[in-house]
Every structure is written in structure tokens, then in C-alpha cells.
Design a protein around this ligand. Structure first.
Ligand code: NI
Length: 170
């Protein structure tokens, strides 16, 4: 199984709403497994299919980064069902390297999606797990964490990223 290339800020696929998955077939299964490998080797605690150049509503999450098998979650067509509270914490993204900023996220969430066997999954999460789910669902909706910052902060970061792209650092 190959480790896939992670798409960086500036690629338009990261700003598009990813497509619904209609059939959970062998290709989706393989894609999900390659995403897990890519996420673990990055290392990262979450990955969304657009980040490996696939416009599909598929996310992988593992807050243990491969330490605990029970922490690995693969969700097809995930949706945010409900949210509660707010926590502001520093966040980063494999597609936006070396940028970490404080982002407000719900303290608790309920997520619905499907596993690779097509079984419906409803997951209640809080803390880091809730944050990762929100971050990855944002990805499949074409949103990056920097889009959740104040316009001033976002513009400053965009300028920084633009400079890095121009100098070939991204
Ligand atoms: Ni990300």
C-alpha cells in the first residue's frame, strides 16, 4: 500500500465541496487504507480525501496516531448532526504546513457516517476527537481551518502562504 502525496494549500481541490460516495466498493476500501497509512506516516491525527487529491466524502481519524487500533475511525459521507459548547485551541493541518492558530470548535459533537461495510455509525465525541471530526468534515466541505479565523488574521496568513508558494517553500 502506498503512502500518498498530501495536497498543500493553493490547490483548488481543497476549496471544493467533495462528492458524496454512492458505493462503498473495493476502490473506496483501498483508498481508505492508503489514507490511514498516509495519515499515520505524516504523522497526523486526521485526513480527508481531498487532501490526497480525491474529491470524495471520506475521512480517517486516529487521535492515537497508530498506537491504539480502537482509536482508528474511517467514515464515509460523514455529517455533523449536532454540536454543543465551544473550545478555543491551537490547530494545524497537514495541507497548511507550519501554521498553527487558535480556532473555536464545538466542545461536543454527534457525527453520523458509514463504515467501510456500509453500516451506519453515530459517534458522540468531545475534546480532541470532536475537534478532529469538525476539521475533517470542514475539509470535505472545501473549508480549511484558516477560513475560521478573523478576516485580518486570515489575510495575514494568506500573504505568508503566498510568499512561501512563490519562493517554492510549499
Ligand atoms: Ni487538515
Amino acid at each position: 500500500m502506498p503512502v500518498l502525496e498530501i495536497i498543500r494549500y493553493g490547490n483548488p481541490i481543497l476549496t471544493k465541496r467533495a462528492k458524496e460516495i454512492k458505493n462503498i466498493d473495493e476502490d473506496i476500501d483501498e483508498l481508505a487504507r492508503n489514507m490511514v497509512l498516509t495519515m499515520h506516516s505524516a504523522p497526523g491525527i486526521g485526513l480527508a480525501a481531498p487532501q490526497i487529491n480525491q474529491s470524495k466524502r471520506l475521512i480517517t481519524v486516529d487521535i492515537s496516531v497508530g498506537e491504539k487500533i480502537e482509536d482508528l475511525i474511517i467514515l464515509v459521507n460523514p455529517e455533523l448532526i449536532s454540536q454543543e459548547g465551544e473550545v478555543i485551541l491551537e490547530e494545524g493541518c497537514l495541507s497548511v504546513p507550519e501554521i498553527n492558530e487558535k480556532v473555536a470548535r464545538p466542545a461536543r459533537v454527534v457525527i453520523k457516517g458509514y463504515d467501510l461495510k456500509g453500516n451506519e455509525k453515530v459517534i458522540e465525541a468531545e475534546g480532541t476527537l470532536a475537534r478532529v471530526f469538525c476539521h475533517e468534515i470542514d475539509h470535505i466541505n472545501g473549508k480549511l481551518f484558516i477560513d475560521r479565523l478573523s478576516p485580518l488574521k486570515k489575510n495575514l496568513i494568506k500573504k505568508k502562504l503566498k510568499k512561501r508558494i512563490q519562493t517554492g517553500m510549499i
